[in-house]
Design a protein around this ligand. Structure first.
Ligand code: NDP
Length: 313
């Protein structure tokens, strides 16, 4: 017997889909993936998820969603989907340990991953001073000097977090302004440990024992260019994310940036019984609460789809 509903991914979209699908009697199987709990487990305090007037720790929020899904019977499995066959129904998915799962519906909730600049030095020093997760690695930079690349909310959040540990935090911003929301901008502007380097680009890193500094270019207008080296101990990337849709691109429609395209306001993809929810299908909002909402929609749509499918057989 095929699984009724296979949910791939365990961020707010995946776990919320699991809560709804379990309560609807679909006995969902959830494949947690490489980072159980998803991106929110890499942030500190989540202040904008409704229902938590004092904010909530990202790990705690995800642990709560997971246990809520388990309470209603979701079968949550450790494992990563490495291959899919969406060529015919029921659909087939293989996990990293070689297990084959066969399912009538699939909810893709694989989220998005941090982007890197693409400098060879990022690879060279990865784990030795280069990170895309301040809350995972900030601990190692207590009393040290770090740089965060990016001018969005993530960069501001990471910079604020790191300022609580490091002695000095530079924020490297390529434009003459920040893209972040006003409240986040004000937060970093008022922090005496944080210095924003506008119109700066990182071109490389140096150091014999891990990162010891960053090569910078300061460009003002067309002609004014200054290159210099800035000593730092840690280099944090916060320049956005790319959707984790590689596995599905052969079968589904994706946009120019790889986000899975869904039909109108639904989570339906071009394939019957395959739904996409959360950051993997959301180039616009990319918020935990929006992902959770999309997970609920996907489960409801899966339930309706299955009711129709089973009534015909
Ligand atoms: P964003 O896409 O909003 O910002 C990315 C930043 O990185 C921009 O400043 C961008 O510069 C810069 N950047 C991108 N590529 C490069 C590059 N190659 N070199 C240098 N700089 C680069 O991503 P975020 O991750 O910050 O945020 C994503 C979404 O999540 C947003 O909607 C945000 O509001 C939300 N968010 C909300 C939070 C909260 O409310 N607590 C916390 C974190 C995120 P440029 O401006 O020049 O394009």
């Amino acid at each position: 017997m095929p699984i009724k509903c296979l949910i791939i991914g365990s961020g707010p979209a995946g776990y919320t889909a699991a809560i709804y699908a379990s309560r609807a009697g679909l006995q969902p199987v959830v494949l947690e993936g490489l980072q159980p709990g998803g991106q929110l487990t890499t942030t500190t305090e989540v202040e904008n998820f409704p229902g938590y007037p004092q904010g909530v720790d990202g790990n705690q929020l995800m642990a709560d969603l997971r246990s809520q899904a388990e309470r209603f019977g979701a079968d949550i499995r450790f494992g990563m989907a490495v291959k899919v066959d969406l060529g015919s129904q029921p659909y087939r998915v293989w996990t990293d340990d070689g297990t084959e799962l066969v399912s009538d519906t699939i909810i893709i909730a694989t989220g998005a991953s941090a982007k890197y600049l693409g400098l060879p030095d990022e690879e060279k020093y990865r784990g030795q001073g280069v990170s895309a997760c301040a809350t995972c690695d900030g601990f190692f930079y207590r009393g040290k000097t770090v740089a965060v690349v990016g001018g969005g909310d993530t960069a501001c959040e990471e910079a604020s977090y790191l300022a609580g540990l490091a002695s000095k935090v530079y924020v490297i911003v390529r434009k003459p302004y920040l893209r972040a929301t006003k409240v986040m901008q004000e937060r970093i502007a008022s922090n005496p440990k944080i210095e924003i380097l506008f119109e700066h680009n990182a071109t490389g890193l140096y150091g014999d024992n891990g990162v010891e500094g960053v090569h910078l270019v300061h460009r003002k207008g067309e002609t004014d260019e200054r290159r210099y080296d800035l000593p730092i101990d840690g280099f944090f990337l916060a320049i956005g994310h790319h959707p984790n849709s590689d596995l599905f691109r052969q079968w589904l429609e994706v946009d120019a940036n790889g986000y899975i395209i869904t039909e109108g306001a639904s989570t339906r993809t071009v394939l019957p019984g395959v739904f996409a929810a959360g950051d993997v299908a959301d180039p616009v909002y990319r918020q935990g609460v929006v992902a959770a909402g999309a997970g609920a929609k996907a489960a409801i749509e899966a339930e309706r789809y299955l009711a129709n499918l089973y009534s015909q057989s």
